[in-house]
Write a protein that binds this ligand. Sequence first.
Ligand code: FA5
Length: 354
Amino acid sequence: MLEQLEQLFLNFKQALPTLGSSADVLNLKAEYLGKKGSIAQVLKSLKDASPDQRKVLGGRANAVKDEIQTLIVTRLSDLEQEEINRKLASQRIDITLRDSVMAASTNSGGVHPVTLIWHEIEDLFLSMGFEILDGPHVEDEHHNFEALNIPADHPARDMQDTFWFHNPHDQSVDHRHLLRTHTSTVQVRGMSERTPPFRFIAPGKVFRAERTDASHEMVFHQVEGMMVGKDISVSHLIYFMKSILKEIFKREVTIRLRPGFFPFVEPGFELDIHCLICDGKGCSVCKQVGWVELLPCGMVHPNVLTAGGIDPNQYNGYAFGLGLDRLVMMRYGIDDIRHLHSGDLRFVSQFKHY
Ligand code: FA5
């Protein structure tokens, strides 16, 4: 009987290392230590043994039971450790690979070209001592028109097709609130909060109910600029406009200045850029004329200075309204403004990544 017990123990010790999972180990445990297990059978047969044999056999059987219990606990803990090691090996993260493998598998996106040039322009004007202002998209009639010398019946209101808000009570057009049609709204807001001399720009979105084509969008961007002080002249204006374009394009670009009518400036100018898409030969962006309207500007009208709380007898100034999307088109050779808002990632990802 003792031999049978030792053989059982030997069988157990040989079987245990061959088992690869905790479940198998627990099954083996039940086979040996369970109520109807092999060791229990041995202990049951003790009743037929003599008292001396029972003493020796009983002692040895209990010792084997304890040893099996210990071996099982050790094996289960080894299996658990092996599992952890396996996971660590297969899910290993090498943090030193961040700039190569990890970066290659991560889509970091691109910066929209309008944002790129917007930031460049802000840096440029900041370096020339300008402040950067913001203004609301939902505007009132006063800031969009009246304060800019465009009264209700003025034909200039038709120059910019306006998105008006409806009266929520009867859905009639509420001729007081609108989506701003130009960034010139910030002129009066900026003037009334400052005393001359000052200079600022106000970049942002503007909205017009227009038919779209290669150079017209309904939502586009302008950069308003204003400089007010004493004895400011048209030559200051032209100098600043030329310097800006030279900085943006990193070279001289061909421009032309012609008279332009805007009720809020006098005299007013249209500054056109030689079309860089077709090199002046004529295309859908420049409407076959070889020039693109880019940067209207002029000397601030005395009525506008007055609306901004500034005495036109003491101070004067200039203002401009740069068409940012068209500038971006010229800089990158984009032949249709509608690409800019297409939401097509293939388009945006061609530009700089952060
Ligand atoms: C204005 O909006 C004036 N507020 C600009 C101004 C400011 C003049 C200060 C004088 C002094 P205009 O409507 O021309 O002007 O628009 C200015 C520029 O915005 C245009 O030269 C053009 O570059 C751009 N632009 C106008 N309409 C669109 C459009 N639908 N889509 C894209 N760009 C446009």
